[in-house]
Write a protein that binds this ligand. Structure first.
Ligand code: GLN
Length: 280
């Protein structure tokens, strides 16, 4: 069978299984098996792949039909133009989160400074920021050791040397650091913010992602409120806190920041037009 025919058949199978992007999923998975990019695939669609490659592709399409996220099948996802390794131990980086990176970069007005990323997962936000601001020191923390190991591996394979990663329950590990190491010019986080009973949790990729990275108590607000109330001790006087949140949570986060004494509080919209990040 030619690559084109193989793709067509796989896309039909994924569509029947309910994928919202069947053709792209099939192309990305075939590229992964062949070790080629999509431009190559478009040029050489009349080629025939080996039986071994076809068998591997079939197995991936079968797993995708069961709902397994493409990023877990290929083990990678692009974020901010960086190729990041992913694993079921971490959330899959989302394009919406690039809004947070953009805003943090706009607030980074000094040539050098320190940024802290709480709940770093793959290291996506920390590494995107560090790659754009090579004179800033970036620290990413995560509760899960597996995430810290993955983020460290991502930094190494991307050749990013100004980001390091620590295992920590939010700010806890910073307590043992010297005072100068506890102060940050920018603190960012994409914490868990989905309510446990949100029907969104039963659809698509989130079904396979770690619950601890998605779900928070108090209708999804518990971690956001904890971060608002505990970040000030670690922020420089004119520092910024930037938080990603659900699209119905912006007003609550703004109120919490204002109540805690933050100034210049505002929210920004993601690519889908939803208020996704609030800062102060
Ligand atoms: N934005 C993600 C989603 O709705 C959730 C990310 C998070 O909980 N931090 O799928």
């Amino acid at each position: 069978m030619t690559l084109d025919a193989l793709l067509k058949q796989a896309a039909q199978r994924l569509q029947a299984a309910g994928s919202s992007s069947p053709r792209i999923d099939a192309e990305v998975l075939l590229c992964h098996v062949l070790g080629r990019d999509r431009t190559w695939l478009y040029t050489w669609g009349d080629k025939i792949c080996s039986l071994w490659e076809q068998a591997r592709f079939d197995a991936l399409i079968a797993a995708r039909s069961q709902g397994t996220p493409v990023a877990y099948l290929t083990g990678e996802r692009e974020f901010w133009g960086l190729r990041l390794a992913t694993s079921p131990d971490t959330l899959i980086p989302r394009p919406d989160t690039e809004t947070l990176v953009e805003l943090a970069l706009k607030r980074a007005t000094l040539p050098s400074g320190r940024l802290l990323d709480l709940g770093t997962g793959t290291g996506a936000i920390a590494l995107a920021f560090a790659s754009e601001q090579p004179h800033w020191q970036v620290v990413g923390v995560d509760l899960r050791f597996e995430a810290v190991a993955l983020a460290t591996r991502n930094a190494r394979s991307l050749g990013i040397s100004n980001a390091r990663f620590l295992q920590s329950d939010w700010f806890a590990a910073l307590e043992t650091c010297a005072d100068a190491d506890k102060q940050f010019d920018i603190i960012v986080s994409n914490p868990p913010y989905i309510a446990a009973d949100d029907p969104h949790l039963a659809e698509g990729d989130v079904r396979f992602e770690p619950r601890s990275a998605l779900v928070a108590n108090a209708c999804g607000m518990a971690d956001l409120l904890h971060l608002v109330n505990s970040a000030q001790r670690y922020l420089a006087a004119s520092g910024w806190l930037l938080l990603e949140h659900g699209y119905k949570q912006a007003e609550m986060v703004r109120e919490a920041l204002e109540r805690a004494g933050y100034k210049n509080v505002e929210s920004a919209r993601d690519l889908g037009g939803h208020e996704r990040v609030t800062l102060g």
